[in-house]
Design a protein around this ligand. Structure first.
Ligand SMILES: Cc1ncc(COP(=O)(O)O)c(C=O)c1O
Length: 392
């Protein structure tokens, strides 16, 4: 099948909910991927912050193959070694949190919503404007972007949205019926928005004073991407509950909602469940991912390479007036342009780059954490060429 035939089949048979680029990817290794025509690209988005270990990492493949041959699925009616071991690892790495496993980011947020309501007996959740927490109705209700919500109302009641970055706005919104505040440590889908210095600490203090839970949605920021295993560790703010998905499985679907034990213990038998959640295959792969992130110090690597990438991008900013701002943390980096960035993404394909555009004007870089410095250098050289073309 060639690309045209594939696109036609997709158009006829797949729900048309995605705006896809005209490229079909067939294989990858590290930070490189190849398309159906044999053309190679440097992957600057890693499946949207999923492939932190890059494509086809040998340890991920080994875990997948070995566990698949042993036991793929048995249901949560039984204990399995991989699930308990993964929970044990996450408990050690987070400093004591308990895990509930699911299959995606949106499910992790759903679990968090149920848990905070059950734990506090209160109904309201305060979230941020411009946030993104997922597409199912609970997490969509937490999501603070009208364009995703509009067609699906009525949503779940009890959600309020306030300006991200303003403690004062939160202070006004938190009331007697507030169960929790939910925030992304950095807003990813919202355009890589880094909160003002000290914001998360002040939110933590506010939550403590008002006896409200703090939920941090780490679906995009977690697993080393922002320079620490969980972004909250880098910000020095301990949440009561946090969510993981995306990079936890290194490309295999898994999600997790983690909570301090005294909060998680409010979930009793039968309160929540998932058929596939925490299945042996997903958990074996996630364990391998965490081992590699730890052994190869990928969080530190993300921090170093992030500094390098942002430095190079700021040099481009000096040169190209179209770049308004470069911001980010670790290898989650946003380049805000003064123009629509979809043209840049298309030109990226021509230059052998998989680029990503969020919020219309922000190029979001979330490459594999194993990417080489030389590859990042190439990315910047090619971006330079693309922006030169734009300037004409
Ligand atoms: C912060 C955050 N939460 C939740 C989600 C939803 O995750 P999923 O697409 O796995 O449901 C995303 C996805 O981009 C996200 O960035």
């Amino acid at each position: 099948m060639n690309l045209q035939e594939l696109m036609e089949l997709d158009r006829r048979c797949v729900a048309q909910t995605y705006s896809r680029l005209p490229v079909a990817l067939v294989e990858g290794k590290g930070a490189l991927v190849r398309d159906i025509n044999g053309r190679e690209y440097i992957d600057c988005i890693a499946g949207i912050a999923v492939l932190n270990l890059g494509h086809a990492h040998p340890r991920v493949l080994a875990a997948l193959q070995q566990q698949a041959a042993k036991l793929m699925h048995v249901s949560n009616l039984y204990y399995t070694l991989p699930q308990a071991e993964l929970a044990g690892m996450l408990c050690r790495l987070s400093g004591g949190y308990m895990s509930f496993f699911c299959n995606s980011g949106t499910e992790a947020v759903e679990a968090a919503i149920k848990l905070v309501r059950k734990h506090t007996g209160r109904r309201e959740i305060v979230a941020a404007e411009n946030s993104f927490h997922g597409r199912t109705l609970g997490s969509l209700s937490a999501t603070g972007q009208e364009e995703y919500r509009r067609a699906f109302e009525p949503l779940v009641p009890g959600f309020r949205h306030v300006e991200y970055g303003s403690v004062e706005a939160l202070r006004r919104a938190v009331g007697r019926d507030t169960a929790a505040v939910i925030l992304e440590p950095i807003q990813g889908e919202g355009g890589v928005v880094v909160p003002p210095e000290g914001y998360l600490q002040e939110v933590r203090e506010l939550c403590d004073r008002r006896d409200v839970l703090l939920v941090l949605d780490e679906v995009q920021t977690g697993i080393g991407r922002c320079g620490s295993l969980f972004a909250w560790q880098g910000f020095g703010v301990e949440p009561d509950v946090f969510t993981l998905a995306k990079a936890l499985g290194g490309g295999f679907p898994i999600g997790a909602m983690l909570a301090r034990p005294e909060v998680m213990r409010s979930f009793e038998r039968g309160d929540h469940a998932s058929t596939f959640g925490g299945n042996p295959l997903a958990c074996s792969v996630a364990k391998a991912v965490l081992e590699v992130v730890e052994e190869e110090r990928l969080a530190e690597r993300a921090e170093e390479l992030g500094e390098y990438l942002m430095g190079r991008l700021r040099e481009l900013q000096e040169k190209h007036g179209v770049i308004k701002e470069v911001r980010g943390r670790g290898l989650l980096v946003g380049v805000e342009l003064s123009t629509d960035c979809s043209r840049v993404v298309l030109a990226g394909l021509e230059q052998g780059l998989l680029l990503n555009c969020v919020h219309g004007r922000v190029l979001r870089f979330a490459p594999p954490l194993v990417i080489e410095r030389e590859q990042l250098s190439l990315v910047c050289e090619r971006l330079d060429r693309i922006l030169e073309g734009l300037d004409d």
